[in-house]
Ligand binder design. Structure first.
Ligand SMILES: O=C(O)[C@H](O)[C@@H](O)[C@H](O)[C@H](O)COP(=O)(O)O
Length: 297
């Protein structure tokens, strides 16, 4: 089928190529000329004009939006005057599910269907077989299922119904991702501080063969250590894009105890600071009441 792809970043380009590999026609839009050219070379029709994108697509149009969550509203704002009744807008990025519910209702008012599609599997998945968690209308799903099925790994997609359900599921998935990664990281830190001299690539490899914790994350761990045996070239600063925070906020709203996800998020925040004011205050107080030593600057 024909897909209008908006956003040719790392994920968008890979999804576009994946769609073309599966005999779908891609009309690709981005302001970045290089990305448009790359997509054209791969067989897409490319443009940097939204009206051209819309004119090139058969109706009802299927628009796959692959942009950072902070840009989704501005994209929707730009395409709204061009959208027509029956068109389908898919947000395949990592948006907050409440925003997706709002956007669903906003577009429904003009007869446009909005689908919230959480996409997992990273760049490699986007290129060769992704994983999708999709919410939205059944009618829109009936039309769009082939593009999800074809670009996903086998059994790698789910339609959750009800708007917001796709991005909610992806949010929780990412909360789990935070906890799992933190646990892997902490395990290796204990190894690093121990009296034993382990080869971490080999450790990750052996854990990937038959052990309970074998996983794609452990495979990636093995790969990372194969590139840099002790990760000496990078700093232990863990950035985050928001999904872990949303998971924790949602858990709190639902009065659900999620200590692992909470701590993994907080340890990411902590990792971005060299020193903390909390630490200074506690050190000062220990010194105040007990005369305990402080480390001077
Ligand atoms: O399932 C996935 O493929 C990943 O979760 C993907 O969506 C992305 O890597 C995260 O958004 C990174 O999230 P943080 O920046 O919050 O770690």
């Amino acid at each position: 089928m024909q897909v209008g792809l908006i956003g040719l970043g790392k994920m968008g380009l890979n999804i576009g190529k994946n769609l073309i590999d599966h005999e779908h026609q891609v009309v690709a839009y981005d302001l970045n000329a290089e990305a448009v050219q790359e997509m054209e070379k791969y067989g897409a029709k490319g443009t940097n004009k939204l009206n051209e994108l819309f004119e090139s697509l058969e109706k009802p149009r299927v628009l796959w939006v692959m942009v950072p969550h902070s840009a989704v509203d501005s994209v929707i704002g730009e395409i709204t005057p061009l959208l027509e009744q029956g068109d389908i807008v898919i947000d395949a990025g990592n948006s907050h599910y409440k925003e997706s519910i709002r956007r669903y209702h906003q577009l429904r008012e003009i007869g446009v269907s909005f689908m919230d599609a959480g996409t997992s599997g990273g760049m490699e998945g986007a290129r060769n077989g992704a994983n999708y968690m999709v919410g939205g209308d059944q009618e829109a799903w009936a039309i769009t299922e082939p593009i999800f099925r074809d670009t996903a790994v086998e059994k790698g997609y789910i339609f959750t119904g009800k708007a917001g359900g796709g991005h909610f599921l992806k949010m929780v998935h990412n909360g789990i991702e935070y906890g799992m990664m933190a646990s892997i990281g902490e395990g290796f830190e204990i190894l690093e501080k121990s009296e034993f001299d382990y080869d971490y690539e080999k450790v990750a490899s052996v854990w990937n063969n038959g052990s309970v914790i074998r996983s794609w994350l452990m495979e990636l761990t093995e790969h990372a250590f194969s590139q840099d045996a002790k990760l000496d070239s990078i700093q232990g600063i863990m950035h985050s894009s928001g999904e872990g925070k949303w998971t924790l906020e949602t858990a709190l709203d639902l009065q659900t105890a999620t200590p692992v996800i909470a701590m993994s998020l907080l340890s990411r925040y902590r990792s971005t600071e060299q020193d903390t004011f909390t630490g200074k205050v506690v050190a000062a107080l220990r010194n105040e009441f007990g005369g305990h030593a402080v480390d001077k600057k």
